[in-house]
Design a protein around this ligand. Structure first.
Ligand SMILES: [Zn+2]
Length: 138
């Protein structure tokens, strides 16, 4: 789940977040998105930047209703009401925690094809934060 991200952190990896660039391990080829400091498989730390298609399918999902959510959801719930989030398995393999947008919640189902779109996430410290959300492939 998205938790507090400081402005310097947000700015430093904005390219990866908006353009969905994964790190591909130079040694074993494992893809990590977001890129990590070390490879989860072999532990080395050299990566090639690989743009992802942004397409995948819903692995699991859940609805965070107003009232029961951690405080970092406050701003977003003010704007959008309930928050739909889950895990998407990208075409390239990595599974990522995501928010869903522009999907009729009754149509959310495991295996549904989705793709990334850039959306306004929330306002923090006077800056609007943008990031990838996932919507249904028409
Ligand atoms: Zn590796």
């Amino acid at each position: 789940m998205t938790s507090y991200i400081s402005l310097p952190t947000y700015s430093s990896n904005i390219d990866e977040r908006l353009r969905m660039i994964a790190g591909k391990c130079n040694q074993c080829g494992t893809l990590a998105y977001p890129q990590r400091p070390v490879c989860i498989k072999c532990g080395q730390n050299k990566f090639e930047r690989v743009p992802l298609s942004g397409e995948g399918k819903i692995y699991t999902f859940s609805v965070v209703n107003g009232g029961g959510a951690p405080s970092e959801f406050d701003e977003e719930q003010t704007m959008t009401g309930d928050v739909y989030c889950g895990i998407v398995e990208l075409e390239e393999g990595p599974r990522v925690m995501v928010r869903f947008t522009d999907i009729n919640p009754e149509q959310l189902k495991i295996g549904m094809k989705v793709r990334a779109v850039v959306r306004r996430l929330y306002d923090q410290e006077g800056f609007l934060r943008y990031g990838a959300k996932f919507t249904q492939v028409a």
